[in-house]
Design a protein around this ligand. Structure first.
Ligand SMILES: [Zn+2]
Length: 233
């Protein structure tokens, strides 16, 4: 199916669709744009930045300076182009993704310990390999293979970076085996379980850390001080 031009005067599509086309045709994946550029492109459309935010429900990943400190306050980065919303069929097929209720969302986050099920980062935590980037968690719908071999849709907590599929340097199978060889038997059992499930589980230590990350920043020193007195010396 052909992709309409974002500025085609014949195009009667809504703001979200035209904004998606503008992002694809004028910005491009991986590049940044400013709110002013967006508003200048759509002078008559009210709340065009909200229409851009709506794209997140369709798998589009956009970073602001809040999450990526390398961006200026006015900048946003189009990290990943999601569902081709200008294609009505694709848009309709993807629409159920946005039907998770706030209550369900909270339940999924709590079940996953407020951590990304792919890389294990807690919400609000800076990435160990990229301190400029702070983790933002969201809920994705994923097809998971059950032990019965049946494919089932499930909601899982994932961080934006994992969702955007930022490619890391690929590792060899040997390197992955070598990395696990030094684990003690209980960690190794846990790792194998995670591999079977296709997603990371959480440990008590992870849950304790994620709980700490949810404490307001100005109260964290008190938590640390209290736990220091619990430490066995
Ligand atoms: Zn992640």
């Amino acid at each position: 199916m052909g992709q309409p031009r974002w500025d085609d005067p014949e195009n009667s599509a809504g703001g979200m669709i035209r904004a998606a086309l503008w992002l694809v045709q004028e910005v491009g994946e991986g590049n940044t744009f400013t709110k002013n550029q967006l508003r200048e492109a759509f002078p008559g459309v009210s709340q065009i930045d909200r229409r851009v935010r709506d794209l997140r429900s369709y798998g589009w990943v956009l970073y602001s300076s809040v999450e990526d400190a390398s961006l200026l306050a006015e900048d946003q980065r189009l990290a990943k182009i999601g569902v081709h919303v200008w294609d009505a069929k694709a848009r309709r097929a993807a629409a159920p993704q946005s039907t998770i209720t706030a209550k369900e969302r909270q339940a999924v986050l709590a079940r996953d310990g407020y951590m990304c099920t792919l890389c294990g980062i807690a919400g609000g935590e800076p990435y160990p390999d990229d301190a400029a980037l702070t983790a933002v968690l969201s809920i994705s719908r994923r097809s998971a293979t059950r032990t019965t071999g049946k494919l089932k849709d499930a909601f899982v907590t994932e961080c934006k970076r994992c969702r955007s599929g930022r490619p890391d340097t690929p590792l060899s199978a040997e390197a992955a085996v070598a990395a696990a060889e030094g684990l003690d038997p209980s960690d190794l059992r846990r790792l194998v379980r995670w591999m079977e499930r296709g997603r990371r589980g959480t440990t008590e230590l992870d849950r304790a850390w994620a709980a700490f990350m949810r404490v307001p920043a100005d109260m964290r020193a008190a938590v640390a001080a209290s736990l220091r007195t619990h430490q066995v010396s």
